[in-house]
Write a protein that binds this ligand. Structure first.
Ligand code: MLT
Length: 302
C-alpha cells in the first residue's frame, strides 16, 4: 500500500482516481508521495521515504526544488490542466481594462427610480465609453500551455498577436499558427503591443521582468496583464508608470496593499485557475501522475 499525503483540499474526483493500493489523506507519516495545491512546502521536514511531490497546478514555486533535487525527490506539476481557466480570465481582465463595466455596474446600483435612470443614461454612456479589443495588438510573453491558448483566442477576437518565448517548443509554435508574429527579440513585442500578457514561471532570471527599463520600451498607454506570478512585475515601477500614464491599466491576479487602491489597477485574489473544471483537471492529472511515478518510477506528463 502506497501512502499519499494531502497538503490542500484536492477535488474529490482526484481523490477517487487513486485505486485500492493507495492510502490518501492529510494525516499520514512516512508517506511515499505528497499531493499539494498551493500550500507552501519550503520548510518541509522531508521523510526519507518520500519519493515524489505532485503539484496540482502549473507553478512549482511553493516547493523547494533545490532541496528536492538534492534528496532525489521528484517534483512534477500538471501543465495544461488549468490553462483554459487562465485563458478565459485573461480575456475578462482585458475586457475590464478596456470597458469600465465595473464603474457602470456601480452607477446602476445607485439608481433609485426609472426616471432618474433614463435621465442620466446618456451621460453615463459617454462617461463609461471604452475601447475594443478588435484590431489591437496583444503581446504574449511566454508561449507555453497558457500563452498559446491566450494567443489563439486573441486571434478570434480580431486582435493582432505577437509572441515571445526563447524556449518555445516546435509543438507550441505549430499551435500558435502562422497568424502570430514570433518576435525573436522581446523588445519588438514591447514596442508594438497595446496589451501585454505574461505567462512565464517566476525564478531568479524572470523576477521583475516588467520593470522601469522594459516599461520605457512600451507604447504609451499600454495595458499589462499578469496572471502568472506577482514577482514578475516590479510593483514600484508599475505604480510609477501608472501615475505617469505610460501604463494605462495593470490587471493582476496578485493583489498587494501597495497596488490595490490605485485607480489603474484591477486586482483579484489569485482566481486565474479557480474554476470547478480546472480544479478537477489538475486533481485528476496529479493523481494519475503520482500513481504512474510510484508504480513505474518515471513521469508520463502527457
Ligand atoms: C498555478 O500555478 O497552477 C496557478 O497559479 C493556480 C494556482 O496556483 O492555484
Amino acid at each position: 500500500m502506497y501512502k499519499v499525503k494531502l497538503y490542500n483540499n484536492i477535488a474529490q474526483v482526484g481523490l477517487d482516481t487513486f485505486n485500492e493500493n493507495y492510502e490518501v489523506k492529510e494525516d499520514l507519516e512516512n508517506e511515499d508521495a505528497i499531493l499539494v495545491r498551493s500550500a507552501n512546502l519550503h520548510d518541509l521536514d522531508y521523510n526519507p521515504n518520500l519519493k515524489c511531490i505532485a503539484r496540482a497546478g502549473a507553478g512549482t514555486n511553493n516547493i523547494d526544488i533545490k532541496t528536492c533535487t538534492e534528496k532525489g525527490i521528484v517534483v512534477f506539476n500538471t501543465p495544461g490542466a488549468n490553462s483554459n481557466a487562465v485563458k478565459e480570465i485573461v480575456f475578462a481582465g482585458m475586457l475590464l481594462a478596456s470597458r469600465d463595466i465595473y464603474g457602470g455596474i456601480a452607477w446602476a446600483k445607485t439608481q433609485e427610480s426609472n426616471e432618474n435612470l433614463a435621465k442620466d443614461m446618456e451621460k453615463q454612456k459617454k462617461k463609461y465609453a471604452g475601447t475594443e479589443l478588435n484590431g489591437k495588438t496583444l503581446g504574449v510573453i511566454g508561449c507555453g500551455a497558457i500563452g498559446v491558448q491566450v494567443a489563439n483566442l486573441a486571434l478570434r477576437f480580431g486582435m493582432k498577436v505577437r509572441g515571445y518565448d526563447p524556449y518555445m517548443s516546435i509543438e507550441a509554435a505549430w499551435n500558435l499558427s502562422r497568424y502570430v508574429k514570433h518576435d525573436s527579440d522581446v523588445k519588438d513585442l514591447y514596442k508594438n503591443s497595446d496589451f501585454i500578457t505574461i505567462h512565464i514561471p517566476l525564478n531568479d532570471k524572470t523576477k521583475d521582468t516588467i520593470n522601469k527599463e522594459t516599461i520605457a520600451l512600451m507604447k504609451d498607454g499600454v495595458k499589462i496583464l499578469n496572471f502568472a506570478r506577482g514577482g514578475l512585475v516590479n510593483e514600484d515601477d508599475i505604480l510609477g508608470a501608472l501615475d505617469s500614464g505610460k501604463v494605462s491599466a495593470y490587471v493582476t491576479d496578485f493583489p498587494s496593499p501597495k497596488l490595490v487602491n490605485h485607480p489603474g489597477v484591477i486586482a483579484i485574489p489569485h482566481l486565474g485557475a479557480s474554476t470547478a473544471e480546472s480544479e478537477e483537471n489538475c486533481a485528476v492529472k496529479a493523481a494519475q501522475e503520482t500513481m504512474h511515478y510510484l508504480q513505474y518510477g518515471n513521469i508520463k506528463n502527457s
